[in-house]
Design a protein around this ligand. Sequence first.
Ligand code: FRU
Length: 485
Amino acid sequence: MEWTREKRYLPYNQWSAEKLLDLQAKAANSPAQMHYHLHPISGLVNDPNGFSYFNGEYHLFYQSYPFGAVHGLKSWWHFKSSDLVHWENLGLAVKPDCKADSHGAYSGSAMQIGDRLFLMYTGNHRDENWIRTPYQIGAWMDKNGNVSDKHVLFEKPANITEHFRDPQIIKKNGHYYAILGAQDQAEKHGHIDVWKSDNLTDWHELGFLHFTDQTMGYMIECPNIVNVDGKAVAIFCPQGLDQQVANYRNIYPNMYVIADQADFEKTQLINPGKLHNLDEGFDVYASQAFNAPDGKAYVISWVGLPDTTYPTDNEEWANCLSQVKELSIKDGKLLQQPVSSIKSLRGQEEQTNSQLIKEKTNGQYELAMTIKAGQNGKLYLAASDDLSQNVTLSFDTAKGSLTLDRSHNAQSVSEKYGQTRSILLKQDADLKLDIFVDHSLIEVFVNDGEHVLTGRFFNDPDKQKICFDHKIDYTGQFWKMKTIL
Ligand code: FRU
C-alpha cells in the first residue's frame, strides 16, 4: 500500500473497524513487541505528551498515528498510572477534529488547574496549498477523561516561521509561562521561545530564551524545563546541530543543559552549563519531563527517531516509549534512574557470577551487575548459540569505557549513523550496570544513572542467550520481568 498524502491525512472515521482490529492484532502479536514498556496499540507512536499528575494519578499521552507505521494524522493517546510503571490504556483523547488541528494534534504538555487538566498543544493546520499554520491550542480534560473546550491560545509571531510547536506549560511565581520550539524567520535557526499569561487566555511573547552563544541548528523541538534538586534542567531536541557544538551521532540529538535557574521574565537560563546528550544510545528523542507535586522530576522518552524507518514498519506498527526515569543531580551531573516501582515487575531473583548467564530467556528481563575493575570483555545479549547474532556491551574497567554495539543484529536500523555508541568512564573502577531488555528494546543504566544508553535492536526472537566472552569477575542478579502491557 502506498502512503499517499491523502491517505496519511484521511479522517479517522473513514478507516474501517476491521482494518483497525487487524492493525491492533499485528502490533500485539509481533515478536518484537514490548511487554512492560508503553508501545503502540496500533500504528506508530512518537513523542510523550501531557506527562502530569492529575486527580491523584500520573497521566501520560503519546503522539499516535493508529493506522500504520507512518507519520500521518496525529492524535494524543491517553494512559494513567498510580506508580509510573503499571499503565491503564484510556484510548484516544485529543483528536484532530477542528480547523486548528486539522492536520494533527501535535505535541504539548498538561497541568492540573483547579479540578481539571489543562492541555496545551500545537495544532498543525495546512491549507489547500499545503501551507502550514501552527496554532497553540488549549483544552480541558475532566476527571472522566473527556476533553472539551478546545480553543486557540495564540498564533505565531511574524518573526517565527511555520516551525513553532510543542508548548510546555510551567507555573512560576503565580504566572503561567509556556516554552515552545521555534525557528526564526531571519536566520532560520532553532530557539526556545518564551510566552506568558496570567489567566491562560491572554498570552504574550517574552522572547527567545538565552542559554548559549552557539547556534542551535535550524529548529528546536520539544523543549522542557524542570527543577531538579534546586537546579533548572532544560531538555530539548536541536535539529541540524553542528557536531562541533556538541558531540552526537543520532540523526537528531536529545540534549540537556543544567543551569542555576530559569528566569523567564529575563528570558534566560542563569549560569547555564554545556550541552550534553540525555541518552548515549541510539534512539531516544522528544523526551518529556515534569515535576510531580512532591517535587520529584521524571522524564520519559520516545524510543524512535524522526525520519527513520524501523523493521516493524513491515508489520505496520512502530516505536515505543522508554521506562520512566527519575532525575537527580549529583556532583553537578544529571542522573537518570529507574523509578523504584519498576521492582514490582521483577520475578524470582537469580544470582549469577558465571560466564554463561542464561542459555535462553523469554526476551523480557532485568540484569543488574557489578563488573570488577581492571578487566575487559564482552557481554553478549539476545545472542544466538554461536554468538554470531547478538547485542553486545563491550567494557574496559581498566581504561574506563563501555560500548553498546548493535552491528550483529538480524536487521539493522540507521546504519548510516553508526552501529555502536561508546562512553568514557572512570579508569580502574568497578562498573555497575542495570540492563532492561524488553524484546526489541534495551535500556542500560550505568553507574547508578550517570549514563543511560537506550536502543532498539532486531534479532530473531529465538536468539536469547546471555553470556560473557570469557570468565569475568563480577556479581549479578537476573529477574524475568512481568508482562503488563
Ligand atoms: C517531534 C515532533 C514534534 C511534533 C510532533 C508531531 O518528534 O516532530 O515537534 O509536535 O513530533 O508528531
